[in-house]
Design a protein around this ligand. Structure first.
Ligand code: GLP
Length: 237
């Protein structure tokens, strides 16, 4: 595990964007696992900036996002697809057919989860997975549970996750209660993991994730077992 202490949010974002851009420059047709939440916004802004300067080319890059809310259409302003379009995809030259996000509106959720795992397999797995953590230690939307969820699955969001994500909605009652998330297996099989954490409010959970017991009650704790994990933290160590 490599732990990098960033000076502040901008520094965390630039350092993480450096790692992602190096991946894309070295392997233009790589598979990037991407994340949402407020933490990666600065990373995406930095990548867009370098793209505009001609330093990175995403023409061959494949992206696979971690998760999506159930019941939200792609065009819904709080859907993760919309988030990704706004912060990254619309601003770079990625080929739309190379963008993958679970379909939160799929009529058959179980079939959608299976399709997503097959898709990840068909692109050869992930080269680099970007991760954030929730205050309860979730990665993607893998919430604390009695066992790790191996495959892409439909989760019922915990109260603390609903409360944490309510800030993005006009009313807490609008936060979807379920989401489809990539499972722990695909995350752990990613050839590289990049965890970004920002803010003193994540200090306690980051300690548990990186140094506490490995337990499904703190789903992110499993990344301690990953052979190529980089953690970039600002004000959280
Ligand atoms: C959401 C996402 C996670 C993300 C987490 C933290 O629940 N599903 O992938 O890591 O939020 O978000 P933030 O970066 O806003 O703290």
């Amino acid at each position: 595990m490599k732990i990098v202490r960033a000076k502040n949010y901008a520094d965390m974002s630039r350092k993480a964007a450096n790692i992602i851009s190096a991946q894309v420059i070295m392997v233009p047709d790589c598979v990037l696992g991407l994340a949402t939440g407020s933490t990666p916004i600065g990373i995406y802004a930095q990548l867009v900036d370098w793209y505009n300067k001609g330093d990175i080319d995403f023409a061959q890059t494949v992206t696979v996002n971690l998760d999506e809310y159930c019941g939200l259409d792609q065009s819904h302003p709080q859907s993760y697809r919309h988030f990704m379009d706004e912060h990254l995809f619309r601003q770079i030259n990625i080929d739309p057919k190379n963008i993958h996000i679970p379909d939160g509106k799929a009529a058959d959720t179980a079939a959608e989860c299976r399709r997503y795992d097959e898709l990840i397999e068909s692109v050869g797995g992930l080269d680099l997975q970007l991760l954030g953590i929730g205050h309860n230690g979730h990665i993607g939307f893998n919430e604390p549970a009695d066992a790790f969820s191996e495959n892409t699955n439909c989760v019922t969001l915990g109260q603390s996750t609903i409360a944490a994500n309510a800030r993005f909605f006009t009313d807490p009652s609008e936060v979807p209660r379920q989401a489809i998330t990539m499972g722990i297996k695909a995350i752990m099989q990613s050839r590289k993991l990049l965890l970004v954490v920002n803010g003193a409010d994540k200090k306690d959970i980051l300690q548990k994730v990186l140094f506490g017991p490995i337990t499904p009650q703190v789903p992110g704790s499993i990344i301690q077992l990953h052979p190529d994990l980089t953690v970039i933290a600002a004000d959280a160590l």
